[in-house]
Design a protein around this ligand. Structure first.
Ligand code: GAR
Length: 205
């Protein structure tokens, strides 16, 4: 048996990317990954149900207005108590401070629904990204998995996949196509790639 990298997944909503990770694990495609926690900043997030069904411990950490420090302190407590070595932001739409991000260099992975550096950074999340791509008129968009650093959507790119825009696309239609054709494939691949690399570095040292 491989050693597995304990991975916490942070979500805010539907959790279809979390589901892609759960399904990939069940299909034996994530041999270096084990899930130690799913944390949501929204208690109504459907992703929490997906995690429970998969037997992954769940936590809800809500951010009270102006209480960023307390929010992150609670996140760190959970991450430490479950021994998380890798953090995956799978549709986690709360802001994380520079201090938080600096605690986990090259240990936080994010999925973003565009080809970075297009339509990314402050204010670009969820459907807004697809609205922006359509209103700009690009013919190709896609998804990017990247490490998180102190620059919003600015960390090292791990994987990208292009998706064509089609006549008649609405933000909702495009969002679905980007998820199906790119996000749900890329995220499990990137998480396994990073986890396998961490294991290989450990073995070599
Ligand atoms: C996904 O499209 C993800 O790429 C996006 O939110 C959606 C979450 O869906 N993330 C961002 O926009 C981050 N800037 P999900 O909850 O079904 O995985």
């Amino acid at each position: 048996m491989n050693r597995t990298v304990k991975t916490a997944v942070l979500i805010s909503g539907g959790g279809t990317n979390l589901q892609a990770l759960i399904d990939a694990k069940a299909a034996g495609k994530l041999p270096h990954v084990s899930f130690c926690a799913v944390i949501s900043n929204k208690e109504e997030a459907y992703g929490l149900v997906r995690a429970e069904k998969a037997g992954i411990p769940t936590h809800v950490v809500k951010k009270e207005k102006g209480r960023q420090e307390a929010f992150e302190k609670k996140l760190v407590e959970i991450l430490e108590s479950c021994g998380a070595e890798l953090i995956v932001l799978a549709g986690f739409l709360a802001i994380l401070s520079e201090d938080f991000v600096k605690k986990y260099p090259e240990r936080i992975i994010n999925i973003h629904p565009s080809l970075i550096p297009s339509f990314c950074g402050q204010g670009y999340y969820g459907l807004k990204v697809h609205e922006a791509a359509l209103s700009y008129g690009v013919k190709v968009t896609g998804a990017t998995v990247h490490f998180v650093n102190e620059i919003p959507d600015g960390g090292r790119i791990l994987l990208q996949k292009a998706v064509e825009i089609q006549e008649g696309d609405t933000p909702e239609i495009l969002q679905k196509r980007v998820m199906e054709e790119a996000e749900w494939k890329l995220l499990p691949r990137a998480v396994e790639m990073v986890a396998a690399q961490l294991c290989a570095e450990e073995e070599a040292s």
